[in-house]
Design a protein around this ligand. Structure first.
Ligand code: AMP
Length: 280
């Protein structure tokens, strides 16, 4: 039976009742199979699985979708009950931010690129909440999706730079059969937009195939870019080929890289990425 807790005190009491190692999966709710694959991966490695559900205001800029973001705690808990977790931590804003935080995490230069270029305050807000929730849960393991590859890179950097005592475990992207990466924001898409959105994963696949057929990084990137530019209803924010740990563009001659994309489909902003191997 999953225990749903809302305050720091309830969380501490619930954790005190559990033994063994502890895994954390942080989410903003509106759970789908992508989230559940993180939970299953955590389940396989930990005695106690804690899932946090919190739409973190600090990582949204004014004008973004903080208010519209889908929230349904009851449905989320029902899904988590099926996978089997011990604790759901669903705090209120008052619990996590009783006042405007004065001390802030500075995510550094990687956070100014790509997602951070379009969303300049985003990663500072992400790292602030990840740090806060990890300090409350004190997990041995924390699971993050490769869907948010730049977030994953920054969390790993934070853990390294601040000597946080936790193992960060990456989990592969879960996709629909169509190729569309699962995302809570897919709920915003109309039927037509869902089809238009397939251009993102298709572009990544075309880039990967270009590399597999002997293309170099610039050719793979050009092939992916062409697909996006020709896709109806899609407005590209960025598409690039980067080193997944530094998020710097890959050098010519690299043997692998991460093809990353962000684009608007209608008014919904989607991201996706795919690892690409070059024949060298
Ligand atoms: P979110 O609720 O969007 O903040 O996501 C919570 C966690 O789930 C993050 O670590 C995401 O990277 C991960 N996640 C979201 N969508 C997917 C997906 N399609 N596949 C794998 N992980 C995902």
């Amino acid at each position: 039976m999953v225990r749903v807790v809302h305050t720091k005190e309830e969380l501490r009491d619930a954790l005190d009742e559990q033994g063994g190692n502890r895994a954390l999966v942080m989410t903003m709710g509106a759970l789908h199979e992508g989230h559940l694959s993180l939970v299953r991966a955590a389940r396989a490695r930990a005695h106690t699985v804690v899932v946090s559900i919190y739409v973190n205001p600090l990582q949204f800029a004014p004008g973004e979708d903080f208010e519209a973001y889908p929230r349904d705690l009851e449905a989320d808990v029902a899904l988590l009950e099926q996978v089997g977790v011990e604790i759901v931590f669903a705090p209120s804003d008052e619990t996590l931010y009783p006042r405007e935080p004065l001390v802030r995490i500075d995510p550094g230069s990687v956070a100014t690129r790509y997602e951070g270029c379009t969303r300049p305050t985003h990663f500072a807000g992400v790292l602030q909440i990840v740090n806060k929730v990890m300090n409350l849960v004190r997990p041995d393991l924390a699971f993050f999706g490769q869907k948010d590859a730049q977030q994953l890179a920054l969390i790993r950097t934070m853990v390294d730079d601040l000597n946080l005592d936790v193992e960060i475990v990456p989990v592969p992207i879960v996709r629909e059969e169509s190729g569309l990466a699962l995302s809570s924001r897919n709920l915003y898409l109309s039927e037509e937009e869902r089809i238009e959105a397939l251009a993102l994963s298709q572009a990544l696949g075309v880039g990967r195939d270009a590399a597999a057929h002997g293309g170099d990084p610039s050719q793979a990137l050009a092939a992916a870019t062409r697909v996006l530019e020709e896709a109806p209803g899609v407005r590209v924010d960025y598409v690039d080929l980067v080193d997944p740990s530094t998020f710097l563009p890959v050098e010519e001659g690299a043997t692998t890289g991460l093809l990353i994309v962000a684009a608007w489909v209608g008014s919904t902003r989607l991201i996706d990425n795919l690892e690409v191997a070059f024949r060298g």
